[in-house]
Design a protein. Structure first.
Length: 129
């Protein structure tokens, strides 16, 4: 088991020359600053197995994951090995995501989300260390 996590790394506003004129692609409306999306894949001990600057800050997490090759990495995992991700990712045999919307009302699903979140918070602490 491991964990996949996207985070935005804050940057200064890039120059038009550096980003071929596409400055707006680096502005995250959600976080309200410029940045780049970074993808980290860790094992259960919090050791990074893969890390990259995946995409400009405006790109959504699911697309960043695919563009960074996250799906290809998951396909290489042996059967029975999986990663925990957030709801932005697509559920697969190798990637477990939390329940969303009305599915959360079921107490079993809610318990699953609680433990999924605990794994994610551990990695969040590591990524900000």
């Amino acid at each position: 088991m491991g964990f996949s996590r996207e985070r935005i790394q804050r940057t200064k506003r890039p120059s038009k020359k550096c980003v071929c004129g596409n400055v707006v692609a680096y502005f995250s409306g959600h976080y309200e600053h410029y940045g780049v999306n970074c993808l980290g894949i860790c094992d259960v001990e919090g050791r990074y197995l893969f890390f990259c600057v995946a995409s400009p800050g405006k790109t959504n997490d699911a697309l960043s994951f695919v563009e960074a090759g996250g799906n290809k990495i998951l396909q290489l995992l042996p059967k029975g090995v999986y990663f925990v991700g957030d709801a932005a990712y697509e559920l697969s045999d190798q990637l477990i995501i939390p329940f969303t919307g009305p599915q959360r009302d079921n107490h079993i699903n809610d318990a699953f989300n609680f433990f999924n979140l605990k794994v994610g918070l551990g990695l969040k602490c590591l990524s900000h260390a």
